[in-house]
Each structure stands twice: as C-alpha cells, then as structure tokens.
Ligand binder design. Sequence first.
Ligand SMILES: [Zn+2]
Length: 387
Amino acid sequence: MSADAISAYGGELVDLTAPLAERAALKRHAASLTQIPLSARDLADLEMLATGAFSPLTGFMGEADYTSSRDRMRLANGIPWSIPITLGIEDSIARSLKAGAEVTLTSETGPLAILKVSEVYKVDRKQEAANVFGTGDEAHPGAKNVISTPRSCVGGTVMLIDEIPGRTFLEVPREPRQTRAAFRERGWKKIVAFQTRNPTHRAHEYIQKAALEICDGLMLHPLVGETKGDDVPAAVRMETYRVLLDLYYPKDRAMLAVMPAHMRYGGPREAILHAIIRRNYGCTHFIVGRDHAGVGNYYGTYDAQKIFERFEPGELGIVPLTFENTFFCRKCAAMASFKTCPHADDDRLILSGTKVREMLRHGEAPPPEFTRPEIAAILVRSMRESS
Ligand SMILES: [Zn+2]
C-alpha cells in the first residue's frame, strides 16, 4: 500500500524502464532494429515518459490521443491532457514502418529505448501550433519548435533500455519516484509545487511562502530541459535556488528537485500539463502565477489561471493555487499584491524583467526588496562571465 498523499494521474505511476538484468539482451536485440535518432526535445519527452512524469502515457501518442489532446485538451479516453506528445520522424523512415514492428530510439551514445509501433500517421503541425499555442507565428519559440518537427509521427509504447545521457543535477531528486519517497520520508501530506525557469526574486519567494503557510512542504521544481536562448542557464539558476533555500527557507519544509522537461512556452495549456506532471511527482497543490509558461504578449495575464476552470475540480486531482502579481510596497513596508495593498504604484517597487536584466548586465544589483543580495551577486557574476 502506498502512503503517498496523492495517486498518480490516471491511477498508477508509469514505469517504462527495463529491469537491469534484461538490459544487455535487449540492447543486443535493439541493435538489429531500425534506428531512430532522437532530438534533445525528444530525449526530454522520453525521460518524462519513462519515469512516469507523463503518467498515464506509456509512450508517444497515437493519432486518436494526438487529435483529441490537440482539439479538446483530453486524451481519447476523456481524461484531461492539454499538449500532444509526439515523436516526429522522417518520411523515409515512416514509409518503412508497420504496426507491430519494433524500432530503436537512439541518442549519440547509442540505443536508449525500444518502441513498439502501434501506428504511423501524419499530422498538420501548423494546426497543432495554432491550437496549442494560439498562434502559428514562428516568432513564438514553442510554435517554431512544433512547426519544425517532422509531420510523420510514430506512436507506440516505449521501454527504456539504457540510462538517458546528459542527465544533470543528479544530486537532487529528478524522478517522480524520488520526490514521492522524499515526501514520505518527511511526512508531508500537503505538498505545493512551484514550477520555474527563472531565478527566484522576492515576488516569487513571497508567493511560495504564502503557499507554504497552508501546506506541509514546498517543492521548488525548476525545469532544466531546453529553454530559449535568452533564459538564464539552468546551472546558474540552480545555484540561486540552492543559496536561497539555504538562507531563507526552513530546511524541513522546502526542498529542491528538478524536472527534465523542455519548455514549450505554451502558456495556459502548458500550465495544465505542468499541474498534471506535478501530481505525478506526488504534489497536492500547484502554484499558478500570472502569465504562467508565457512568452512575449501571446497570452493574457490570467489566461493560465482561468483555463483551470474548464475542468471539473476532481479531474486534474491537484489543486491550483492562483496568485496575483506581487511586489514590495513602501507604505505597507512589506511584500504585497494588488489583492492586499491599497496604495498607488508610486509606493510599489515594480521592475520589469527587461529593466532587471539591464541592471544585472551593468553589474548593478536590484534593490534587496526586489532580489535577495546573495542571489543578485550570483546573477551579476554570471552576466559578467557570459559577456
Ligand atoms: Zn501597500
């Protein structure tokens, strides 16, 4: 019996890894099959599938799940799923594959997984981008990635037969089974996850701690897969998270773990996927801030919060905690939000992301009410080293 506070999405936490004892034989078998090379983003999806982070998916989607998730944000069986997970392949390979065949998914280090082909089908990537991101504009990084993915797809269950190469930050939990074990060990029952691809400024710290007031534990859960070029590199972000947790969070109430997914910049639809993933990691609550997973001006400020209303509360099985934009207010002499502070913008310390980046580039630390000095120092140093 599991003592976990929350079940996996769809019931069972999926495990697509082959037993160690069988791997040598499977690798010999894999060498004889058609080889399909994976991109960095495919690799990230494979890891999410294999470890159960994408439960209940047991492989790359077939056409029914693809179309259903694209058009109505649900799998073919009806349960919510907001973004298609496909494996795009070259047409020449697609033509040679038949249902029932096995193929080998490879990285530059060799065979990684065996996929049992359930179907081969063609998709309209422009339509997919338009539905998922609300735009087919290639200036949108997620839409650009989708549109550049091959139109032919192979669907089928996968089995991982070797370790995924290039896995980083292994000193902290990376897989759902690891975070679930960590929560059990700590006795946490109400666990809130915070998704991030940015350094944590005071505004985010405030939101996390507001959530922590009503939960047993906080999982700070940065995405460490591919992000767009101008986001702060994962290694620098990880340093800021470690220092922040060490200096400003109670050790027995907050922990750091990483998520290997790549960033899709899918705004509202990605917020739903991010929530489902965190349920699989064992969390009961999920923070959704303003413009979650957004980019540019593609989404309305609260779209990623409002989209949760399109599902019945029990359907996702994880509670979204929605937050306003927060800031330090000089009159309140505290962190606050539009919900709690009655004062004027002049009293509030509000800096745009662009302004903060400009300050950091000039070696200037933002005010301590905006960024903890220890975090600012790391960011200033990394800016200097990268320029
Ligand atoms: Zn105020």
